[in-house]
Design a protein around this ligand. Structure first.
Ligand SMILES: [Zn+2]
Length: 157
């Protein structure tokens, strides 16, 4: 009766498992199989990991940092705009074709040269209470009730 040929039997036939008992041989065969399965699993896992790594890498590549350019050469606020005019100096001047007015409602109350007058300033508390309500309501109740009962008295001489 021919026995089914298993892996360990093949090894046995090759004569590599000589001294081991049959049980040990079976055990070794099972262990070898388990190991090979594990190895296969590990390989699969590693492949997956590698794939993920590659993905994240490519993402990083796409996210290449864009270096922000700081505009240091262009000064939007010239220093003279914050320089308070002396009392003798005028509170308005023309710079580069633009008329500037010294408005004390800016720069934390220190004042600043602006393109609007103080009266035009939105930060001016005098203007902020807004709604310039001009009361020009004419209350003209001219009630003309002429009660002409005063007749000319007959002068009796
Ligand atoms: Zn202002």
């Amino acid at each position: 009766m021919p026995r089914a040929r298993t892996a360990y039997q093949v090894e046995k036939d090759k004569g590599t498992w000589g001294a081991l008992s049959e049980e040990q041989q079976i055990l070794q065969a099972v262990q070898a199989e388990v190991k090979s399965l594990k190895d296969a699993n590990l390989r699969l896992k590693n492949n997956k990991k590698d794939g993920e790594k590659d993905k994240s890498k490519s993402k990083k590549k796409q996210k290449q940092k864009k270096e922000k350019k700081v505009n240091t050469d262009r000064d939007p606020e010239p220093k003279w705009k914050l320089s308070t005019p002396k009392q003798s100096e005028p509170k308005q001047k023309v710079v580069e074709g633009k008329k500037y007015y010294w408005c004390p409602h800016h720069n934390d109350g220190k004042g600043k040269w602006m393109l609007h007058t103080i009266s035009e300033c939105r930060s001016n508390p005098n203007n902020s209470d807004g709604k310039s309500t001009q009361h020009t309501v004419n209350v003209g109740h001219s009630t003309g009730h002429g009660s002409g009962t005063s007749g000319g008295g007959g002068g009796s001489k």
